[in-house]
Write a protein that binds this ligand. Sequence first.
Ligand code: NAP
Length: 485
Amino acid sequence: MVSRTIPVETFDLVLFGATGDLARRKILPSLYRRFHAGQVPEDARIIGAARSDLTDDAFRKDIRAAIDEFVSKAKRDGPTIDAFVERCSYIAIDAKGDGGWSELKSAVRDEAIKAFYFSVAPSLFGPLAAKLRENGIACENSRLVVEKPFGTDLETAKTLNADLAASFDEHQIYRIDHFLGKETVQNLMAVRFANVLFEPLWNERYIDHVQITVAETVGVGGRGSYYDTSGAMRDMVQNHLMQLLCLTAMEPPTRFDPDMLRDEKLKVIKALDPVPAEDVVRGQYKADGKEPSYREDAENEDSLTESFVALKVGISNWRWKHTPFYLRTGKRMTRRLSEIVVQFKETPHSIFERDGGSKANALTIRLQPDEGMDLSVTIKEPGPGGMRLVNVPLDMTFADALGAEDEIPDAYERLIMDVIRGNQTLFMRGDEVEAAWAWTDPIIDAWEERRDRPHAYAQGSVGPEEALMLLHRDGRRWRDLEGGS
Ligand code: NAP
């Protein structure tokens, strides 16, 4: 399938934190891929900024190295890379200092869209936003992109929102959650709201429960001391899993309009029930002989921070009153997998009881690996052996259905182009982030007050036993992480 690439308007993108890990691994390679695809105009400018004293040439050399490492060979061609790095320059700026701002002011054009990407620690968001305003660099058509974490609790999120609001209007602020840039996540909305098939069944009458899993095989090594101040609940549930829950549970917005969609997500967050202690399981991975334990990775032998969390979440509204959402996420698990499983109910009566019976349908929305969806349906096994029933997936792996995997753009590519287009649909609004913290805070406060010890789990497992019990006690089971039923 040939993808349509519509060039965006010309822009100046100022990347604060241009020498950092995220810029190198994701942001700069994504900009290059869009340039290679013909979406970035020839006269667009990318201006890197950080404290390090770099020349333009040294910055360009770093960008070439990042492209070499993170862009597939098929998209790396000499003349395109030369033309791309030609668009890039560098200015040394300390977010809290006075140097470099006048240089930056003259480097950006008034007539171009100006995007300021804060790929830096959140403590610098306020100072950077203020400097841009004080120095007259930001204007009406400026956009501001901020990375996670957006706060560590409601209080800090409110402060960040207020700091940004002092210099930028809400319609200029793009809070990134890269899960929202995934092809599958947008397809979840397309499947729900552009087909007549699912929406009538999308409620507590037909859906038994929903499972949302984000499992990682990596540990926290390398950033253990930072992670130890956060944990799985703050690092993953409050943002990524919450966003997936919202898109699965929300009502259809009247139009596919940024604020209408975000209004619907906000209503879901506000309808979430408080989570009692017995509906939360936290875990920490153990040492396994070769690999260190969580506590060793975090360099904190008394750490009570969770590297795994599973929760049962209720939504108090008409659509979902009796349909629980089970969420789980963890490090050092058996497989890297992010998916939403919508488990439908059994048929009210099975006429095939003697023949193996029918199995309940499940719609699986896979974010990684192999972005795609499948719907399990019960059919008759082929052959003359009578009415034997089997459960098979109707598979729609996007790479198979729509072209090579390489054609599915990285979430960052879509999100950065959306910033330039001025489309906030896939970005979190300030009130949404605050509402998510308002729900998360009491859960964290409760276990911190009790000084709950996380359960130990083996590396390469599906998390602690207790997480399995969370579903077993309700007569349900987690979907096999290895892809089984
Ligand atoms: P990083 O590798 O530590 O990079 C931080 C960047 O900020 C560097 O370019 C650093 O350059 C610059 N910086 C630090 N202090 C500065 C100051 N006072 N003024 C101007 N620039 C300053 O961090 P990162 O991993 O790229 O992450 C950046 C942000 O994205 C963080 O908020 C992080 O939580 C978030 N994030 C990262 C990832 C990821 O995969 N890395 C994923 C999601 C979100 P100098 O030292 O040269 O100033």
